[in-house]
Design a protein around this ligand. Structure first.
Ligand SMILES: Nc1ncnc2c1ncn2[C@@H]1O[C@H](COP(=O)(O)OP(=O)(O)OP(=O)(O)O)[C@@H](O)[C@H]1O
Ligand SMILES: C[C@@](O)(CCOP(=O)(O)OP(=O)(O)O)CC(=O)O
Length: 404
């Protein structure tokens, strides 16, 4: 008997122009467009296997080996139902197609990084889910069409259907049919974009993005100004910067938008704080690093951005990452040696780090070991990848291969 299954991995994306606010909470339609860089799945990814079988009497999902309840009418159930609807269209057009849409589906997924810790696991997770079902069901849909469904799992997930530089167009249709992701440029256009993730905390966060952003929509006057007068202009400016590989403008807009996102969080009633002292010190360090570069006649060399948590993502051209790692390590001593996937340092490693010449050491204090728990060096990456049979996460009996 045939086994109907597919395994796909999908990437994380980190926004430069932030999505924060919904105009429709069920369909997940945003109050503004957003733009992100897709990160390399060689380092951070969700991998998902989906299998359809007439012997499965219900749809089931295991995340990192632990079963998650698929709540009826919830986000996960909606994504699965939408994918089955697309499969049904295929079956109706061609009666020789097996009726997979009528079978139960078992889904097993793993993240190779902490889940729900502000590292955008919901983005890669729902992108992997939708992509694996699309492969299982042999759907003719393109990534923008699939992004319409991933969006209903978690808004930011729609941008993980593409590699490179991706915009989520807010759209205007009430049914959400034009609120989708498009590729601004593939990673090959600007492969020199690297990212250093400073993991400040890998705990579950206090205020989820979903509830936080709705409180902001309901209470923040500043958000209305942002939606109407700030984001539309920034979307244009950053897209042009990406097309022209203009890092200086990309960095300026990215940092401004991170700052404004955290300002609207603070403008929420009651206020929401996602950054902590460590986050703010990293801002001070990047700011001083950039000040020095400009004072020496150059341009901006790094851009920080923060999502709904204290972790920093620092975007920079590859040539600057070595200096940035040395700077961060000198303020935030590491318990573990820096994993150096691009071999920037020799066998001696980063050591205690060092400051670039002329850097004002007083911009931050030295923190105790563990304040920054880890550093992940990655870069712009590709979109979802279809994997081979060897990578399957479901055993022959339809239960997960690896338990929690
Ligand atoms: N691999 C996955 N497959 C399916 N769903 C996933 C997967 N990974 C995460 N999720 C879903 O996303 C939820 C975590 O999302 P949450 O928004 O809380 O954290 P995050 O995505 O890590 O942070 P943020 O979106 O703020 O950066 C999980 O509880 C689960 O429902
Ligand atoms: C700060 C952000 O990371 C917010 C992400 O919010 P989510 O996509 O996690 O929210 P839901 O749509 O409610 O699931 C900014 C961004 O990724 O654009």
């Amino acid at each position: 008997m045939s086994v109907y299954q597919a395994t796909v991995s999908a990437p994380v994306n980190i926004a430069c122009i932030k999505y924060w606010g919904k105009r429709d909470t069920k369909l997940i339609l945003p109050t503004n467009s957003s733009l992100s860089v897709t990160l390399d799945q060689d380092h951070l990814r969700s991998t998902t296997t989906s299998r359809a079988d007439p012997g499965f009497d219900s749809d089931r999902l295991w995340l990192n080996g632990k079963e998650e309840i698929i709540a009826p009418g919830g986000r996960m159930a909606t994504c699965i139902a939408e994918m089955k609807r697309l499969r049904r269209e295929v079956e109706e057009k061609n009666s020789s197609e097996p009726k997979l849409s009528t079978f139960g589906v078992h889904i097993s997924s793993r993240n190779n990084f902490p889940t729900a810790a502000g590292l955008a696991s919901s983005a890669s997770g729902f992108a992997a889910l939708v992509s694996s079902l699309a492969a299982l069901y042999a759907l003719p849909a393109n990534p923008s069409e699939l992004s319409l469904i991933a969006r209903q799992g978690s808004g930011s997930a729609c941008r993980s259907l593409f590699g490179g530089y991706v915009a989520w167009q807010e759209g205007t249709a009430a049914d959400g049919s034009d609120s989708l992701a498009i590729e601004i440029a593939p990673r090959e256009h600007w492969p020199d974009m690297h990212a250093l993730i400073c993991v400040v905390s890998d705990d579950k966060k206090g205020t989820s993005s979903t509830s936080g952003m709705q409180r902001t929509v309901e209470t923040s006057p500043l958000l209305q100004h942002r939606i109407k007068h700030v984001v539309p202009e920034r979307m244009k400016t950053i897209q042009k910067a990406i097309l022209e590989r203009d890092f200086d403008t990309f960095a300026r807009v990215t940092m401004q938008d991170s700052n404004q996102f955290h300002a609207v969080a603070l403008d929420t009633d009651p206020p929401i704080f996602y950054m902590n002292d460590v986050s703010r010190s990293i801002i001070a360090i990047v700011t001083e690093y950039n000040r020095l570069a400009v004072a020496n006649g150059g341009k901006l060399k790094a851009a920080y951005t923060y999502d709904a948590g204290p972790n920093a993502v620092i975007y920079a051209p590859k040539e600057n990452i070595k200096e940035i790692v040395e700077l961060i390590v000198s303020y935030f001593p590491q318990a573990e040696p820096f994993k150096d996937p691009f071999a920037l340092f020799g066998t001696a490693g980063v050591g205690e780090g060092k400051l670039v010449e002329g850097f004002n050491p007083a911009v931050a204090k030295k923190f105790p070991v563990g304040s920054v728990k880890g550093l992940i060096h990655t870069r712009v990456g590709d979109g979802p990848r279809k994997l081979g049979e060897a990578e399957t996460l479901l055993g022959p009996d339809g239960s997960p291969k690896f338990l929690a």
